[in-house]
Design a protein around this ligand. Structure first.
Ligand SMILES: C[S@@+](CC[C@H](N)C(=O)[O-])C[C@H]1O[C@@H](n2cnc3c(N)ncnc32)[C@H](O)[C@@H]1O
Length: 196
């Protein structure tokens, strides 16, 4: 409980220091994380990437649902967060770098494709160019049949940048579904699952 509170305070501090990249004042809730994990089918995944792991709110549930021998790599640009996630989950490869550089690390770890990519990246804060570039990379590195999961905050639904993001997803992926609203999250969110 005290650890949770410490986590929340530290997360909120990072939000105040980097509001655009962190984008949420508190870590994702258990309800949001469970909705993602329910849709991710991690049992059958051999390679999993998490983009924007933050302080590890979703990382925790990914780790506890990994199958034996699965490779899991988590990325975040924020050094405070990556240090914490490394300490909490010593078995996870945690990279302090932009998600955009994922292919560099795939080469380093001799990984060809990913089966599941879980993203917490703040899409609504990204330019059109940045959204397109990152989604091209995500599509390229996903195995056919692989899943890309992300979530969007409901209040950003009307933002032009969010609208653009969903249009790119619709153009790229063959199957897309969106969960019911997860109200037990601050801010409320919905999970999008795209299948390549
Ligand atoms: C909304 S927070 C989510 C954190 C955590 N996954 C959670 O659910 O509580 C978004 C995270 O994405 C990270 N981030 C933003 N842009 C990034 C990028 N281009 N590459 C990697 N991480 C990024 C931020 O530092 C932040 O930790």
């Amino acid at each position: 409980m005290i650890t949770d509170m410490h986590d929340i305070i530290m997360f909120s501090k990072e939000f105040l220091l980097h509001p655009t990249t962190v984008s949420s004042i508190v870590p994702s809730s258990k309800a949001l994380s469970s909705t993602i994990i329910d849709k991710a089918n991690l049992k059958n995944a051999k390679v999993i990437f998490e983009l924007g792991c933050g302080s590890g709110a979703i990382t925790r549930d990914i780790v506890s649902n990994l199958s034996d021998g699965a490779v899991f790599i988590a990325f975040d640009t924020n050094q405070t967060f990556t240090k914490i996630v490394k300490r909490k989950y010593p078995g996870v490869i945690v990279i302090n770098d932009f998600a955009e550089n994922v292919e560099k690390y795939m080469k380093q770890y001799s990984i060809d494709k990913a089966d599941v990519i879980i993203s917490s990246l703040p899409w609504a804060a990204f330019s059109h160019v940045a959204q397109s570039r990152l989604l091209r990379i995500i599509y390229r590195i996903l195995n056919p049949g692989g899943s890309f999961l992300t979530y969007i905050y409901l209040h950003t639904f009307v933002f032009p940048s969010q609208n653009r993001f969903r249009k790119i997803l619709n153009r790229k992926f063959k199957t897309i579904n969106i969960s019911n609203a997860v109200w037990a999250n601050l801010p409320p969110a919905a999970v999008i699952r795209c299948i390549r």
